[in-house]
Write a protein that binds this ligand. Structure first.
Ligand code: HEM
Length: 141
């Protein structure tokens, strides 16, 4: 559970991302596929050019889901339930991939926010994204 201060840090960073979901999301995916090539196996249908339409669309969907989570930090399980069903029961994404995505998320944030991305913000985002990943992977049984 995030503290009030952590929630404020998460919201503050989200305000800087909101409106750029497609571009930031596509960059996040490109970082993921480049730094951890094994993750691309789940996305054989996506190209790897930054302006590729399907990459931008999936990046936008991913970040919009993160935006929903930002609005529901106290009710993540309910807010992300359909997405958890999808990842666990339909896509069967190996949970080991989630920390790799979180790692790339931090770098994506740092590269855009630079000095604005304080250590406290990073710590809050790490905790928040770890909670999101826990919810998305807990239905694997
Ligand atoms: C689909 C979010 C992590 C693989 C999706 C969708 C969303 C989403 C919103 C689209 C759902 C729909 O179209 O109804 C997230 C979030 C994540 C996460 C918020 C973590 C914070 C991952 C990871 C992988 C992954 C780590 C694998 C490396 C996929 C795949 C699809 C998908 C293969 C289907 C893509 C397609 O149909 O084109 N995810 N995801 N996801 N996700 Fe995730």
């Amino acid at each position: 559970m995030l503290s009030a201060q952590e929630r404020a840090h998460v919201a503050q960073v989200w305000d800087l991302i909101a409106g750029h979901e497609a571009a930031f999301g596509a960059e996040l995916l490109l970082r993921l596929f480049t730094v951890y090539p094994s993750t691309k196996i789940y996305f054989k249908h996506l190209g790897v050019c930054p302006d590729e339409a399907q990459l931008l669309t999936h990046g936008q969907r991913l970040l919009e889901a993160v935006g929903v989570a930002v609005q529901h930090t106290d009710h993540l399980r309910a807010a992300l339930s359909p997405l958890a069903d999808l990842h666990a029961q339909v896509l069967r994404v190996d949970p080991a991939n989630f920390p790799l995505l979180i790692q790339c998320f931090h770098v994506m944030l740092a590269s855009h926010l630079q000095g604005e991305f304080t250590v406290q913000m990073q710590a809050a985002w790490d905790k928040f994204l770890t909670e999101v990943a826990m919810v998305l992977t807990e239905k694997y049984q």
